[in-house]
Design a protein around this ligand. Structure first.
Ligand code: 6PG
Length: 257
């Protein structure tokens, strides 16, 4: 089921999102002994990451049982200002007791983005094999956090991207004309194999994209966020009032205040 939860502001959004992360972590660790958590890039999740790295929540998350991955990465080194890894490290990972071996970053410093994609796919495969998941199946991340661009992109799946047509590879390295650069991104097949996907969006600049994703007819090549349809149907939109400002139709499926 698709659920939309609207919070009054960005602070409340981060607080609610953090508690959803904790709940998914607790359930995953009860069920399987570990929690696989895909981080989003961009700016929106920073407050969430800071919240997870602060008391009281930081001591409630079993970091030694948590494995973090990224939904996408810019084609830059890990210390670059644009790096999604750097943002997560500065806001959270450097402040929590997560084993270094549980941090599975994308080697976006490699000159060849396609090689970075191949290596990241191997990292995912090997990590899930070590965790005891069958190597044949597409891995199912326990929780995937996704942002939303005003143009409807998510992760680094941009409108018109060939990565939107990917049916088998888990990681792609599309050229992004808009930014004149390569990106490395998880693809719809692996994103949709996840147990739970949360879209986190804040601000009125996202309102049109949120509304279009939920209400316009499915056209994933125009609105990549519509390519995200988890096979087990657990999709949650966490929005502040700005991002939800076009969702004044209370009949939106799963809408709750
Ligand atoms: C990235 C993200 C991207 C991001 C959206 C929203 O690497 O930039 O993965 O999909 O989530 O562009 O970004 P903001 O949170 O900065 O608005």
């Amino acid at each position: 089921m698709t659920t939309t939860i609207v919070l009054p502001d960005a602070a409340a959004l981060a607080e609610h999102a953090a508690r959803e992360v904790l709940a998914d972590a607790a359930a995953a660790i009860r069920a399987r002994g570990y929690f696989t958590f895909v981080l989003s890039g961009g700016n929106t999740p920073r407050r969430l990451y800071e919240k997870l790295a602060s008391e009281p929540l930081v001591s409630q998350l079993p970091w030694d049982r948590t494995h973090v991955f990224w939904g996408d990465e810019r084609h830059v080194p890990p210390d670059h200002a644009e790096s999604d890894y750097r943002m997560a490290r500065e806001s959270m990972l450097s402040k929590v007791p997560i084993p270094a071996a549980n941090v599975h970053r994308i080697e976006a410093e490699l000159a060849d983005a396609a090689e970075a994609a191949r290596r990241y796919e191997a990292t995912i495969r090997d990590t899930f094999a070590a965790l005891g998941q069958p190597a044949s199946a597409t891995p199912s991340f326990d929780l995937v956090l996704l942002g939303l661009g005003a143009d409807g992109h998510t992760a680094s799946l941009f409108p018109g991207s060939p990565a939107l047509d990917e049916q088998s590879r888990w990681v792609a390295s599309p050229w992004v004309e808009k930014f004149n650069t390569y990106r490395i991104t998880l693809t719809p097949p692996i994103l949709n194999a996840s147990a739970h996907v949360i879209f986190l969006a804040s601000g009125t600049d996202k309102a049109d994209a949120v509304w279009a994703s939920q209400h316009e007819r499915p056209e994933p090549r125009r609105r990549p966020s519509q390519a995200i349809r988890p096979s087990n149907d657990r999709l949650t939109w966490l929005l502040d009032t700005g991002a939800a400002s076009r969702l004044d139709d209370r009949s939106t499926p799963g809408f709750s205040a």
